[in-house]
Design a protein around this ligand. Sequence first.
Ligand code: NAD
Length: 302
Amino acid sequence: MSSIRTVGFIGLGNMGVPMAANLAKAGYEVIAFDLDAGRAQGFALDHSARATDDLAELGKSADAVITMLPTGREVREVLLKTQNGALATHLKPGACVIDMSSADPVGTRALGQDLAARQIMLVDAPVSGGVPRARDGSLAIMIGGDPQAIATVKPLLSKMGQKLFEVGGLGCGHAMKALNNFLAATSFAASAEAVAVGRKFGLDPAVMIDVINVSTGRSFASENLIKQHVLSGAFGTGFTLGLLAKDAGIAADLANQIGMTAPVGQLIRDMWADARDAVGGDQDHTRAATHWQQRALRPTAE
Ligand code: NAD
């Protein structure tokens, strides 16, 4: 059972807009806030919702707040450090914050302690499925937190996702998401490399993908990205290079933070960071394939 009616939604970007739209469609009163005020206003106009540029007003009105921001840094900034007062100081005791961004799990646990001291619950609920599944409300959602807090927010989450997994205590959702995206980043990099090598040898990249997709090398990247976004030149997944490089970094850092070595994780983090620095963090993540291919073909100096 949930008493949540009014939801403050912070971060109306590629994912935030369709997710908040599904909440508005389901009858929740949505108050939108974005650093780029035009985005929140545009959303409000299109979805009979309300936009605000005042986090204090949002905090006083909302039963729950959803953050869908680039990284955990912005989430902590909004809740604890904005100029016109931290949002957390304006929330009602008992209110719930749901961080649906892909954030660092260790930072999430620390934030949870800060919020608990103000009687505010934190649940981490990052998502997978990209913009298309955000639109049709069928995201996979990985939920971490106190079971009672999770029970309170589940009805809300079920309006944005179809596959809801309770994966453990606070931070476990973010850890699960980072490790999933580490795998996505790895299979994309490996698929792109296989196609580049095959092409140079004389194979047709499109035929390669057809073969891989009915063979043991198939992956989300081979089935949904290489032909559709790299070979076609569309580069239009709606998921930026900066964000995937960030996720690969979170996964590699997590291993270090808990005293493990993760050699594949380090290599993948470095490859994505290199592509982000060379191509630009705001470019579609599938453009990394072109960068790596050009780099691989470049004759070595000396
Ligand atoms: P985005 O860059 O499109 O949107 C982020 C929004 O946050 C922007 O509108 C920006 O103006 C706003 N913002 C930034 N800093 C802010 C601040 N301090 N206060 C208020 N607003 C601020 O990003 P996105 O693609 O929507 O991704 C959001 C999160 O979801 C990221 O953590 C990303 O890794 C994750 N994610 C993205 C996808 C995808 O396919 N795009 C899929 C799954 C998960």
